[in-house]
Design a protein around this ligand. Sequence first.
Ligand SMILES: [Zn+2]
Length: 467
Amino acid sequence: MARAARSAEDRRATSACDTLSPHDGRSALTRETPATYDGGTSAQPSWSASAVNADGRPAEAGADGPAADAGDLLTRAIDALADLDIDALSDELLAERLSGLRIPLGRLRSVQARWAAALESRRIAAAPPQRAGAAQRNARNELSQQQRLTPSETKRLVEAGKAAQRHTETGRAFADGHLTPDHVRVLDLLLTQLDPLQRAELEPRLVALAARMHASLFGRKARALVAAAAPEALAASEDRLRGRRYLRASSTPDGGFAFSGLLYGTAAETARIALDAFTRPDAAGEHRTPEQRAADGFEQLCTAVIRTAEAPTQHGTRPQVLVSIDAEQLEIAHTADRIGHARFVWSGQPVSTRELGHLLDDCALTGVLLDARRTPIEVTTAVRTVPVGLYRALQVRDGGCTWDGCAAPASWCDVAHGAQAYRDDGRLHPGNAALLCRSHHRRFDLGSWRIDIDGDRVRYLRNHDPP
Ligand SMILES: [Zn+2]
């Protein structure tokens, strides 16, 4: 039964692939086009929605005046480009054709931005003054749905369209296809802070600069130019930007912690430097994506920060990762090859003792005795699993992370040990413990590694490697 359902699904998947195969892909796609895009889109300009016949060719021109004519021409021009047999082109010619798309696409985007800005201005003008904010929100929502743009893409588009009207040279370069909406927004932010005389002098220079590079690089160079010519204008733009700062953080349904944010000025530089300082390159045999490397760096940064004495305290204790674990689960965690479970106190998120491995190795344990109704009746003083003397000894011997090729300093490191430590009745000594940075500690705990210590030389061997 399940087998039959599976094979029906397979057939569907296969036939979908057939439709998109390179041999008849084009005709299949154009045949599909009216059915896919026509439904319920009658509010769209007629030429983009329905001026294409069932065979994918433009319908009769001229039905809706000059705009429809232009739309038909555009459709035909795009058809001609799409029909180009790029497999027959040399690399150089293909690169040249691709490069030729930049200006027309830029011009089209500027038309889109200008129209979007005009439509929003009309919607706002038609609303009573006290409803202007709501009218703008509605106009943006409508535009976002109509153009299939995210809210932030919509905002950037409309803002660029409006900014292009405020600054003559900028507007012209945008209309000529030399600038992207992001360029225009950078220009607008700086130009509006300048007095008329400065603006007349700087705008042509800034526009010429913008036309030569992408918006992020341009932004840095443009701010440098304005900083030299009119530092007070740079300061004013900084004030405006600071208002846009944010950090959003939330728990995800799968137990993660998601965050995104935007910082400016000194805050941005501090964050850049802090993250970079705690981000280490891959060690031998390690292959992380840049995003994973930054994520590990951020974890290391947070770990280091809550360890310092400067971290703000609550009820006399520094912020720390608190884990609640039943005594029997702790026992299980200390048995080789078995996994217990615990709970993070702050977030209430459940966690396996395998994930906790590195925390349980190097932490302070506080026993809380509960009665039958789980009321605490006795609390022991915290006992460190790693005695201070041992920690000092490892700092001297290892100096930092002992993973092959890792340069993380001692201040980033936890004390790690193999399964052997607990079989020796929980006694740690320099012969079975070593310093590891947070991500290598996790790698050690989650893989099947063993520590091999000979004098001051620490090596990590796969469990199946010979001694
Ligand atoms: Zn390391």
